[in-house]
Design a protein around this ligand. Structure first.
Ligand code: NI
Length: 257
C-alpha cells in the first residue's frame, strides 16, 4: 500500500471529480492521502472532503503565500479544525520567497504562530519552503522545543547539508514529482542520503506531475511513480520502500488510521 502525504483535492482542477480521483488512486494501491489546507477557507474544504471519504485525512494551516491576511480570526478557525478526528497535522506552513511580492516579517510571524498552535494541539507540522531554506531552518531551530511532534519538509528541494540539519531537528523529508524529473539536479543524491526511516512520499496534486506526465493535472495515484523512483535510489524493492513509508507516516501523523 502507498500513501500520498500531500495533495490538494479541494483545488478547482480536482474538486469537481473527486470520486474519480479517489477511484484512480485506490486502484493504483494508494490507501491513504493527506489533503492539505492553505488558508482557513481551504482548510475547511479539505476537512469536509476528509469527512466524506474514508481514505482522506487532512492538515489545516495557512500557506506563507496566503499569510497576508493572517489574523486572529483565521487562527481561531485553524485552531478549531485541528481538533477534528481526521486532522493529522498543521500545514502547510512555512516561508516562500519565490512568489513576489512577499513580506518576510509577516511570513515569519505566521509560521511561528502556527508552530505554537501545532505544539498546543500536539500535532506535527507540514512545512513548505521555497527559496528561503536558511530562514526556515533558523525558525525551526529556535522553536525546536515547540516541535514536540516533529514535522515534514514537504516536496523537499534543498541541499544535502540542509537535509542533515533538518534530520537532526527530527524532521521527515518528503519527495514528490520533482525527484523523477530529468533535471532533478541533486535530489536523487539527497534522497539517497536521507535514512529510510525518515522518508515520505507525496504528489502535491494537482501540481508537479512526475516525469512522463509533466504538464498534466497531477493526481495522488501518481505517488506510485515517486515511490518507484525512491526504491530505485535506495536499491530496494518498491514493496519494501512502500512499507517503510507507511510506517514513517503512521509514526509522524499518529492520528492516521
Ligand atoms: Ni502543497
Amino acid at each position: 500500500m502507498f500513501i500520498d502525504t500531500h495533495c490538494h483535492l479541494d483545488d478547482p482542477k480536482l474538486c469537481g471529480r473527486v470520486d474519480e480521483v479517489i477511484e484512480n488512486y485506490i486502484s493504483a494501491g494508494v490507501g491513504r492521502v493527506i489533503n492539505i489546507g492553505c488558508s482557513a477557507e481551504t482548510s475547511a474544504l479539505v476537512a469536509k472532503q476528509a469527512e466524506m471519504y474514508e481514505s482522506v485525512f487532512f492538515a489545516a494551516g495557512v500557506h506563507p503565500s496566503d499569510c497576508e491576511k493572517y489574523c486572529d480570526e483565521e487562527e481561531k478557525a485553524i485552531f478549531r479544525l485541528a481538533d477534528k478526528e481526521k486532522c493529522v497535522a498543521i500545514g502547510e506552513i512555512g516561508l516562500d520567497y519565490y512568489w513576489k511580492p512577499f513580506d518576510k516579517q509577516k511570513q515569519s510571524e505566521c509560521f511561528e504562530r502556527q508552530i505554537y498552535l501545532a505544539s498546543e494541539k500536539d500535532l506535527p507540522v507540514c512545512v513548505h519552503v521555497r527559496d528561503a531554506m536558511g530562514d526556515a531552518i533558523s525558525i525551526l531551530k529556535s522553536m525546536r522545543s515547540e516541535l514536540k511532534r516533529g514535522g515534514v519538509m514537504h516536496c523537499y528541494s534543498g541541499s544535502r547539508e540542509s537535509a542533515a540539519i533538518l534530520l537532526d531537528l527530527g524532521m521527515y523529508i518528503s519527495f514528490g514529482g520533482p525527484l523523477t524529473f530529468k533535471n532533478a539536479r541533486n535530489l536523487p543524491e539527497v534522497a539517497e542520503y536521507v535514512p529510510l526511516d525518515r522518508l515520505l512520499t507525496e504528489t502535491d496534486s494537482p501540481y508537479l506531475a512526475p516525469e512522463g506526465k509533466r504538464g498534466t493535472v497531477n493526481e495522488p495515484a501518481n505517488v506510485v511513480t515517486v515511490a518507484e523512483a525512491l526504491a530505485k535510489i535506495k536499491k530496494i524493492s518498491v514493496e519494501e520502500l512502500a512499507s517503510a513509508v507507511i510506517a514513517n507516516a503512521g509514526r509522524l501523523f499518529y492520528k492516521l488510521k
